[in-house]
Design a protein around this ligand. Structure first.
Ligand code: ADP
Length: 499
C-alpha cells in the first residue's frame, strides 16, 4: 500500500488533553500510521491545560484569519513533535475559545459551554485554513466525533472556498453517537454555509436544530465506528442510534467497524512506570504487590488474603451502567469482595457512590477525580474489572484489563461483545464474564459467577493468562484503517447527491 498524506483531526489527544477514550485513540492511531510510512499531521485545539513547555509546543504561524458568523477571527498555529516520532502535532490557538476550565463542559456548572457551536466552527475552519497555509493537500482528512463533523460538510457545501481539497477524501469516525453537537437553528448562519443547505431532513438539520454530528454522518465519504458490533447496533434502533439510526442505515454501505487497539507503550504491566511492581503473564508475583499498594492507597483494610478486589474506572454516567449497579449495590456488597471506583460524572451518581462508601467502608473506596496514575494502579492491582455498560462503542478499559490480568466482567454490547469471550472453566476457554441483557440481576449473577471461578486459583490464573496473551495492538487496527482509506480514495464524490 502506498504512503498517504493524512490529516487526523480530534478535539482531544493523549498526552496533551483527555476526557475519555477518544484521546487515547487519537494519541495512538496516528503514531501507528506514521510507523507504516504515512505522513500524518494531527490537529487539536490548544487548551490551557496543555503543558506547552513539557512537550515543546511552539508557535508556527501567527495571526491567521477565519470567518465566524461573518466576523474575522484570528488564530495562531502551534506545533510539536514527540520523542523522535515523525508524527506532527498542530494546535489551534484561540484563547477566547479554548483557555477555559473544561474542554466541552464547564467544570464549575457541569453544563455545556454555551458557545460550543462557535468554538468548534472556529476549530474546523482553522484546521482547514492551517492545512492550506502548510500547503498540505491531504489524501485523507480523518475526523472524529461531532466537534469535527463540520469539516466534511465544509468540503462539500462551501462552493469554491475549499476547492483546494478537491482531491481529499474525508473519514468520519463515531466514538459515541450519543454526543451530537446539537445547536439552535440560528447557529447555522455562523457556519458561513449558504442557507439553501439548511432545510428539514437536510444534512445539517435534526428536528429543527443544527447537528454537527449529522453533518459528519451525511457529508463524509466514509464512516467508521470503533467496533463491528457497535456499527450494527447504531443502525438497529433509537436505543443505540440516538435518532441517527435512519441516517446511518442510508449510509450502511459506507459504514465500517474497526475495533480500537491499545498503546502498549503506555499500557503494559511489564513496563508501566506508574505502577508499584512490573509483571508479565509468565510471572504474576508483581500483581500481588500492586494489589497491596492499591489497598493501602485507597484505605481498604486487609480482611483476608483471598478477597477479590474489583476495579472500576469510568465516567459516572448511566451509559456506563451505574443505574443497574446502584440497584443491586446492597447485594454486591454482601459478597466477600472489595471494590475501588475511580471516576467523575453525574452528581447524582457521585453522591450515591459516596453514600455507599460510607455504608461499606471496609469494602468500597470511591475516588471522585480524574487520576491517570491511580487508573494504572487499579488496572494492575485489581483482580476483576467491571463494565456493565448500557452501550459501549468500543471501550478501552476492558482491553487494558486483559493485558493487566484483571479479568473483565462486562455487558455483551458493542466493543465489549467484540473483544471479550465468556469464560467456560471446564473447557478452559474465555477471557472474561459476559451478561446479555441490561439488567441488574444478570449483572449481579455475572459477579457471583466470577467470584465462584476466582475460588479455584489454578483456573483463575489460566483465565488471567489467556487474557494477557491477547494482542490488541494498534498495528492490526491501523492496517484496517489503511484499507478504509483506500476505499475512500476509490470513491466518487457523494456530496452532490445530497441536496
Ligand atoms: P469513554 O471514552 O466512553 O469514557 P473508554 O473506555 O473508551 O470510555 O475510555 C476511557 C478512558 O478514560 C480510559 O483510558 C480510562 O482509563 C480513562 N478514564 C476514565 N475516567 C477516568 C478517571 N476518572 N481517571 C483516570 N482515567 C480515566
Amino acid at each position: 500500500m502506498s504512503a498517504l498524506k493524512i490529516a487526523y483531526i480530534s478535539p482531544e489527544v493523549v498526552p496533551f488533553a483527555k476526557t475519555g477514550g477518544l484521546a487515547d485513540v487519537a494519541g495512538a492511531l496516528p503514531k501507528a500510521l506514521v510507523e507504516m510510512g504515512n505522513n500524518v499531521k494531527v490537529f487539536m485545539p490548544l487548551y490551557s491545560i496543555t503543558d506547552r513547555s513539557k512537550y515543546g509546543i511552539t508557535c508556527r504561524e501567527k495571526n491567521l484569519n477565519i470567518d465566524i458568523a461573518g466576523k474575522m477571527q484570528s488564530f495562531d498555529l502551534y506545533h510539536c513533535r514527540l520523542n523522535g516520532s515523525e508524527c506532527d502535532y498542530y494546535f489551534i490557538n484561540i484563547a477566547k475559545y479554548f483557555y477555559r476550565d473544561g474542554m466541552y463542559i464547564s467544570s464549575q456548572s457541569g453544563k455545556d459551554w454555551e458557545d460550543n457551536d462557535e468554538r468548534f466552527i472556529a476549530f474546523s475552519r482553522a484546521v482547514l485554513k492551517s492545512l492550506m497555509v502548510l500547503d498540505m493537500k491531504p489524501d485523507i482528512i480523518h475526523c472524529n466525533d461531532w466537534q469535527t463533523g463540520l469539516i466534511p460538510a465544509y468540503l462539500k457545501c462551501s462552493e469554491g472556498e475549499y476547492d483546494y481539497f478537491k482531491q481529499s477524501k474525508t473519514i468520519f469516525t463515531i466514538h459515541n453517537i450519543a454526543y451530537q453537537g446539537l445547536f439552535p437553528a440560528h447557529s447555522f448562519y455562523k457556519l458561513g454555509i449558504d442557507r439553501k443547505w439548511f432545510y428539514p431532513t437536510s444534512g445539517f438539520e435534526y428536528y429543527g436544530k443544527v447537528s454537527f454530528l449529522k453533518a459528519g454522518l451525511q457529508f463524509a465519504d466514509i464512516l467508521t465506528t470503533v467496533s463491528e458490533k457497535y456499527a450494527e447496533e447504531i443502525q438497529s434502533s433509537p436505543e443505540y442510534g440516538y435518532g441517527m439510526e435512519g441516517v446511518l442505515r442510508e449510509r450502511s454501505e459506507d459504514l465500517y467497524g474497526v475495533v480500537n487497539g491499545i498503546d502498549y507503550s503506555i499500557w503494559d504491566p511489564a513496563t508501566d512506570k506508574l505502577i508499584k511492581a512490573n509483571y508479565n503473564f509468565r510471572n504474576l508475583e508483581g500483581k500481588k504487590r500492586n494489589k497491596n499498594a492499591l489497598r493501602r492507597l485507597t484505605k481498604l483494610p486487609l480482611v483476608h488474603r483471598d478477597v477479590p478486589l474489583i476495579g472500576v474506572i469510568s465516567r459516572l454516567t448511566d451509559q456506563k451502567g451505574f443505574d443497574i449497579f446502584v440497584e443491586v449495590a446492597e447485594q454486591v456488597f454482601e459478597l466477600d469482595l472489595q471494590m475501588v471506583i475511580l471516576g467523575t460524572g453525574d452528581e447524582k451518581r457521585e453522591n450515591q457512590l459516596k453514600e455507599l462508601a460510607r455504608k461499606y467502608p471496609k469494602k468500597l473506596s470511591v475516588n471522585i477525580r480524574f487520576d491517570n496514575k491511580l487508573a494504572h494502579l487499579i488496572e494492575a492491582g485489581a483482580d476483576m474489572f467491571l463494565m456493565p455498560s448500557r452501550y459501549e462503542p468500543c471501550g478501552l478499559n476492558q482491553l487494558y484489563s486483559l493485558k493487566y490480568g484483571t479479568v473483565p466482567i462486562v455487558r455483551e454490547t458493542g466493543g465489549l461483545a467484540d473483544t471479550i469471550e465468556n469464560c467456560n472453566p471446564s473447557k478452559k476457554t474465555g477471557t472474561g464474564f459476559l451478561f446479555k441483557n441490561y439488567d441488574s440481576w444478570e449483572f449481579l449473577n455475572a459477579i457471583r459467577f466470577a467470584m465462584e471461578v476466582y475460588k479455584n486459583k489454578t483456573v483463575w490464573k489460566e483465565l488471567m493468562r489467556r487474557g494477557m496473551e491477547k494482542n490488541f495492538s494498534w498495528e492490526n487496527s491501523a492496517v484496517k484503517y489503511m484499507r478504509v482509506y483506500q476505499k475512500a480514495m476509490s470513491k466518487q464524490d457523494v456530496g452532490s447527491r445530497l441536496i
